[in-house]
Design a protein around this ligand. Structure first.
Ligand code: HEC
Length: 213
């Protein structure tokens, strides 16, 4: 199951969330402002979900819990901020892709889902071929949408993630510089560092001999 934490996947996943999942689920650990970490400008982020200000978290989109349940076969759509922590990525993937081609409902109006152990869920199949507008050149399949939205939810549950990405380059460059300094001091030539040796290479052997004395 390939969840990459690449910015492209997280952006596509947010696109799936804001068009589909937002209609039933809350996301209480997320604000549009967080999109600035993905490279969106303040203005772009503010326009992506019209009903929320940039500092608002995503609320349960119903007037009350009772109404939420009434619209969803008696089940409350849970907040998805930490869902990748208490369910595995594979579990969510199996759920989102588990409905099959024909939608089957039982006598309690639950939907058949082969991804679940119980085989049934109150969640109406949320994804369908081409249900998301503009998915940034990725295939418009349920499998792709699922991978992307899980990538996004995983990112929401990991506040350190973008910091990790940002410090990679400084860490690599300091390792590189430390490496240079070590090489520099380990490889010595007549008490001179290799860099002095290279720089002063045009000096005669005679001068080097003097240094030895
Ligand atoms: C039409 C409303 C609706 C939409 C749209 C919807 N969900 Fe759900 N979702 C539900 C309901 C209701 C449940 C609870 C199901 C149950 O308890 O049987 C649920 C449950 C879930 C669960 C299981 C959570 C758990 O811990 O059991 C996940 C994961 C989930 N939804 C993800 C998503 C994602 C991702 C999207 C967007 C692609 C989405 N849902 C879109 C209504 C919806």
């Amino acid at each position: 199951m390939d969840i990459s934490f690449k910015i492209g996947q997280i952006k596509r996943g947010f696109n799936v969330f804001r068009q589909i999942c937002i209609n039933c689920h809350s996301l209480k650990l997320f604000k549009l402002m967080d999109l600035l970490k993905l490279g969106y400008t303040h203005k772009q982020a503010a326009l992506l979900v019209k009903k929320y200000r940039i500092i608002d978290y995503f609320k349960l989109p119903y007037k009350s819990v009772i109404q939420a349940k009434r619209f969803n076969n008696g089940s409350l759509p849970p907040d998805l901020s930490l869902v990748t922590k208490y369910r595995s990525v594979q579990w969510i993937y199996d759920l989102l892709t588990g409905y099959g081609n024909t939608i089957i409902r039982n006598e309690s109006n639950l939907y058949q889902n082969k991804g679940l152990e119980s085989g049934w869920t109150a969640m109406r199949p949320p994804l369908a071929y081409k249900c998301v507008k503009d998915n940034f050149y990725a295939p418009h399949t349920i499998h792709q949408y699922s991978r992307d939205v899980i990538g996004f939810l995983n990112w929401v549950s990991e506040p350190w993630l973008n910091i990790r990405q940002r410090i990679t380059i400084p860490i690599l460059s300091s390792l590189f510089i430390t490496g240079l300094i070590l090489t520099n001091s380990l490889i010595k030539n007549n008490n001179k560092t290799i860099w002095n040796y290279i720089i002063n290479n045009h000096h005669s052997d005679h001068e080097t001999d003097n240094n030895k004395l």
